[in-house]
Design a protein around this ligand. Structure first.
Ligand SMILES: Cc1ncc(COP(=O)(O)O)c(C=O)c1O
Length: 527
């Protein structure tokens, strides 16, 4: 059939029949996938990878149906069921139904949001959607938004592919803004970092944040020429929140050593524990130091929708820039992040132009985005803000935090587990305590050898649970807990953001964990 003269052009036409047939098949695959609540298959990753080693692209085109069959068998079947109510370990979860049909629309429109010539309506729509998030964070008055929502000379933020690029973009703005043109000096953008530091009489440029900042800020420090050694890490307390007294000391040290502070970063929802840094205090330190204040709210930003919990982020409105991820707690598909800028002119320091698009003064969004060609992923958020509304998001946030409380209470009441700290929002760290170590753990009398034993056990427990595939939590290492500082402890990490997860799923996950732990204890004794 592929030898016909209209091949492959035929594949591009919108005649409908082949597409409808394929679409029906894909819908069946999606239904089968979403109805299966198992988290994972039992096939190990290395075994699976061995089936993906042929590297010659097929010469002959395959028939749609054949392709779909092996796609489902080899790929879809082994995809992780992030939507499963038993998948409680990562920041990826079920999505609202409307994102699936809308993903067809996004790919059918195939807009490239880098420029108006390939994204006419999507350009103002992206700006409007960003402005809604800006308003959620900064709550400026109506006239501010009227002035800036579609003003091509300013911007309320940039859309990115995720939190990493959003954080990098924020620090790019901070770096260029703080080392801009001055007298004869043309600014870092044109002269580079070495010249900028020399001009300021600074020895290096640094970034300050807690030791629990996301590793994307290390990437940003690298890409922006700061160097990862120049990320100054401030200690956290036993609840994983930045210690602001230590922050003041670090800022003072930087001043004494002639280090230029590009930005101070506060985290609203750390990746490991969901902890919220004391944003108001950090804002104050940043103001006194005259430096850019960035809040990484990739995870926690949407808490602002909740009247009950938004106060936890008090101080975020004083930030110069804020990262929020769409593909986390805004429940849109992978590939959407945002950086919001308090000052609508701040992105002027990174603006670029080209003669064929993104010309000076044009409304093209590519003038200020790190990425070039970009999909209209904002459409998912545009839809979600309309179809869920602020009220819908508020309920999702409230429910996630309520279920986290439920899990914390269950863990607190069971001798088999130790809750590491009270949660700030909806990520919880805990560990399993084998019977022999329970009492010592309760009394805070564990020595280094017992720590190591517990760490190994929880590591094995998490791995065994993951490969059994029925339920899932992740794990991390905490260095500062109520057991002391600089004492690395392996802990289990539950993320409660999936709206499909109910209390009975949480109970089942813990029962699964207890069963696996009992088996491990037996094999350990036997071994
Ligand atoms: C607090 C925080 N910031 C930034 C990121 C990076 O986001 P992304 O993976 O979308 O690049 C994450 C991801 O987990 C995060 O938890």
């Amino acid at each position: 059939m592929h030898s016909s003269p209209d091949f492959p052009q035929r594949l591009f036409s919108a005649d409908g029949e082949a597409e409808r047939a394929l679409d029906a098949r894909v819908s069946d695959i999606i239904s089968r996938f979403l109805e299966d609540t198992r988290v994972n298959t039992e096939v190990g990753f290395d075994t699976l990878s061995a089936g993906f080693t042929s590297t010659l692209a097929p010469t002959e085109p395959e028939a749609d149906a054949d392709y779909l069959e092996h796609l489902e068998r080899d790929v879809v079947t082994h995809a992780i069921h992030t939507a499963s109510p038993y998948f409680l370990g990562h920041m990826t979860s079920a999505l609202p139904y409307f994102t699936r049909p809308l993903s067809r629309l996004v790919s059918a429109l195939n807009q490239n949001v880098v420029k108006v010539e390939t994204a006419k309506s999507l350009t103002p729509s992206e700006r409007q959607t960003l402005a809604m998030l800006h308003r959620l964070v900064f709550a400026r008055d109506e006239s501010f938004y009227t002035e800036h929502v579609q003003n091509r000379r300013s911007t309320l933020g940039m859309v990115t592919s995720g939190g990493t690029v959003a954080n990098t973009t924020a620090l790019w703005v901070a770096r260029n803004g703080s080392l801009g043109p001055q007298g004869d000096f043309a600014g870092i953008e044109r002269e580079g970092l070495a010249a900028a530091l020399e001009h300021r009489g600074a020895r290096r440029a640094v970034l300050i944040g807690s030791s629990l900042m996301h590793y994307s800020l290390q990437k940003a420090a690298d890409v922006l020429g700061l160097g990862t050694q120049n990320v100054r890490q401030v200690a956290v307390d036993a609840r994983s929140r930045m210690k602001t007294d230590d922050l003041r000391r670090v800022v003072e040290d930087c001043r004494r050593h002639r280090e230029h502070i590009v930005a101070i970063v506060g985290v609203a929802g750390t990746t490991d524990s969901g902890a919220i840094d004391p944003l108001e205090d950090i804002a104050q330190v940043a103001r006194e130091a005259g430096t850019h204040f960035h809040v990484d709210a990739a995870w926690g930003g949407p808490i602002l929708f909740s009247d009950t919990h938004r106060d936890k982020l008090r101080g975020i409105e004083r930030a110069d820039s804020v990262t929020i991820d769409g593909h986390k707690q805004l429940y849109v598909p992978m590939g959407l992040g945002m950086v919001l800028l308090k000052d609508p002119r701040a992105a002027g320091s990174i603006e670029k132009q080209a003669p064929y698009i993104i010309r000076a003064g044009s409304p093209d969004l590519g003038r200020r985005s790190l990425e070039g060609s970009r999909p209209a992923a904002i459409l998912y958020l545009h839809a979600a803000l309309h179809l869920l509304g602020r009220q819908g998001y508020a309920r999702l946030i409230d429910e996630g935090i309520r279920k986290t409380r439920y899990l914390a209470d269950v863990l607190g009441a069971r001798p088999e587990f130790e809750l590491m700290a009270e949660p700030d929002m909806n990520i919880l760290n805990y560990r399993y305590l084998p019977p022999a170590l329970r009492e010592a753990a309760r009394e805070g009398a564990l020595g280094p050898e017992q720590d190591a034993q517990l760490n190994r056990f929880n590591e094995r427990l998490q791995e065994a649970q993951s490969s059994a595939g029925r339920t899932f939590v992740s794990r991390t290492t905490l260095r500062h807990t109520r057991h002391g500082q600089d004492r690395p402890l392996t802990v289990l990490r539950a993320v409660l953001a999936n709206p499909l997860t109910a209390e009975h799923h949480i109970d089942a996950m813990l029962e699964d964990q207890l069963r696996i732990a009992a088996t491990l204890e037996t094999t350990e004794v036997m071994g």
